[in-house]
Write a new protein. Structure first.
Length: 283
């Protein structure tokens, strides 16, 4: 491993400056669950490591007066999984966090690190899209927010620019009485998803009245199909309506063949995951 410098700043501003000073191979270090493994395997290089562990604001989660929730980037998966601030449909994020890997990884990994790495088969991306979350990003003297749907741009590609870091996830208030559901199919418990689906919905006695749906593991970024959401909303979810929504979603997917499953298998299981998620929501 090449010689590298290590920094542990006390503020976001110091972290951004340290990244800029470290050159193009400087890397921000969150929990280290992914980055340390990549460094040890020689898959990435780092001229400088900038640890975010000493920045107090990044470790907090708080509920704002308007009902939105701000989750600091250094919030551990275990804490997000049990975060009482995430209510109603917002809880889809907690449900996703609870299914990440295993206990040691959930104790170590952070939401900001996972979001910035943007593995298409990771659990957070579809949940954040379904929750209508925004990613807060800090750069040189400025902070900005990007909708999760726009933040994840492709295979391991995000809206982050040079010398920027993820500082928080901002989750807007969910509709009153909404539910957040996350389901994934994987080879063994804790593995990355073969396919996953995240729902944020409201319902009455007979039908879904509003829904936001995102699919993970089946393209370079989460897939959301507004036509399918419209079809699932406003009427009884009979077999014909469910089949039609599933077909719309499958047509928009761009899965690959890999060691976990074939593209054809992924297309086959997504409609079944949709049905399971809707059943879990009591529809």
């Amino acid at each position: 491993m090449a010689e590298q410098s290590f920094h542990r700043p006390d503020s976001v501003e110091e972290a951004v400056r340290a990244l800029a000073a470290g050159g193009e191979d400087a890397r921000a270090l969150g929990g280290g669950a992914t980055l340390v493994a990549l460094l040890n395997a020689g898959l990435v290089e780092a001229s400088a490591l900038v640890s975010l562990a000493g920045i107090e604001e990044l470790a907090r989660s708080r509920r704002e007066p308007d009902g939105s929730v701000r989750i600091g980037a250094m919030r551990r998966h275990r804490d997000t999984a049990s975060d009482a601030n995430l209510r109603d449909g917002q809880a889809v994020i907690a449900a996703a966090a609870a299914q990440i890997a295993n206990v040691p990884v959930r104790n170590m990994g952070t939401i900001g690190g996972s979001v910035a790495f943007a593995d298409p088969a990771a659990d957070y991306p579809p949940a954040l899209v379904a929750a209508q979350a925004r990613i807060e990003i800090a750069g040189d003297g400025v902070r900005r927010e990007v909708a999760a749907q726009d933040f994840f741009r492709g295979w391991y590609e995000t809206a982050l620019e040079a010398n920027e870091i993820v500082t928080a996830i901002v989750v807007p208030p969910a509709p009153a009485g909404s539910r957040g559901i996350y389901r994934k199919l994987c080879r063994v418990a804790g593995d990355f998803a073969i396919a996953s689906i995240a729902l944020n919905l409201t319902r009455d006695a007979n039908s879904v009245t509003w829904v936001r749906c995102a699919v993970g593991g089946c393209a370079g970024a989460p897939v959301r199909i507004e036509q399918a959401e419209a079809l699932l909303s406003g009427g009884p979810l009979d077999a014909e309506r469910l089949d039609a929504a599933g077909e719309l979603i499958v047509a928009a997917l761009d899965p690959v063949d890999d060691v976990r499953a074939s593209a054809a298998y992924r297309r086959r299981v997504v409609p079944r995951l949709l049905r399971q998620a809707l059943e879990a929501a009591g529809t």
